[in-house]
Design a protein around this ligand. Structure first.
Ligand code: I3P
Length: 281
């Protein structure tokens, strides 16, 4: 594999540099938090099998890069789906950021102008918290605890712009069905791996002490293989002292709940339903 047949489905443009066919360099933004999280998780024997391997951390001038496994290596023209986990996609710190942004207003106008207030329309800008909360409410993040960010198969290529309004369970099921493999063995492998991530996450001391925001599950399969990885930890942060979360309960300001396991349980159930309908006869 070379950089011409590598695919970045979503996330910040330019965040990746092709290092070799097996290794990618990812720029950690806005600070080196993601590098620290990868480093801790690599030492966690229950969780490290679900992440791309971290090879090295580079600090270049004021930027930090991580050299991680290219998850697409070894797949032949794979189908890929990025699922953003959790019912909350912003950090509690971001709640107090009231900077008004015209770029986010422009993105929201394209998505659904009816959700903007007259005042916001007048100033043609909104703050990031409002934008992120609207994205959660317009998609399935708020109700199901995950949203499909993007996917590609041999015949279909759906970007964030196509999927931002996929909200109801029925709609999510329909989109997942378009993406998922149709053979029983691969569907079973997907369900087994998701269940394993769920049980390991639930028992992990790392995830018992961190909130996980804006992280994704990446499902990849081709005609021979299927696998799922946890990626994107820029907004995975230690919980403040004295705070305990279950990753299932709804968020209210100050409780730090992220809804990761709530989303994972819903995802597993929907894929089970799809499998049951496909193989009901
Ligand atoms: C972006 C998405 C990114 C977020 C970015 C948003 O919205 O939520 O995760 O970056 O914020 O604009 P969308 O998916 O609708 O394009 P962070 O995760 O780094 O906050 P940004 O515009 O401040 O980069």
């Amino acid at each position: 594999m070379d950089s011409t047949n590598w695919t970045q489905l979503s996330g910040h443009k330019g965040a990746f540099v092709f290092h070799s066919s097996k290794i990618l360099l990812k720029k950690c933004e806005p600070d080196d938090n993601e590098a620290r999280i990868y480093k801790s998780l690599m030492g966690d024997a229950t969780m490290n099998r679900f992440l791309p391997k971290l090879h090295k951390i580079y600090n270049v001038k004021k930027s930090c890069f991580i050299a991680i496994d290219n998850l697409l290596y070894g797949f032949d023209n794979p189908s890929i789906m990025d699922i953003k986990m959790g019912s909350r996609t912003f950090l509690e710190d971001e709640v107090s950021n009231d900077e008004l942004r015209a770029d986010l207003y422009e993105k929201m106008i394209k998505l659904d102008p009816s959700v903007l207030t007259d005042e916001e329309k007048q100033v043609k800008s909104i703050n990031k918290l409002k934008y992120m909360q609207l994205r959660e409410q317009l998609s399935s993040s708020s109700t199901l605890g995950f949203r499909i960010e993007a996917f590609k198969t041999r015949n279909l290529n759906k970007s964030k712009a196509d999927l931002s309004l996929v909200k109801s369970k029925k709609h999510v099921r329909k989109v997942l069905k378009k993406f998922l493999p149709t053979d029983r063995d691969k569907l079973d492998k997907i369900l087994n791996r998701l269940n394993l991530i769920h049980s390991s996450f639930k028992c992990s001391s790392f995830f018992g002490s961190h909130e996980v925001v804006g992280s994704s599950l990446l499902i990849i399969y081709d005609s021979c293989k299927v696998n799922i990885w946890m990626i994107d930890f820029a907004k995975t942060v230690p919980l403040p002292e004295g705070i305990v979360i279950n990753h299932v309960s709804p968020w209210v300001q100050g409780n730090h709940e992220d809804g990761y396991l709530f989303g994972l349980e819903n995802l597993i159930n929907i894929i089970k339903e799809i499998k049951d309908t496909v193989f009901s006869v």
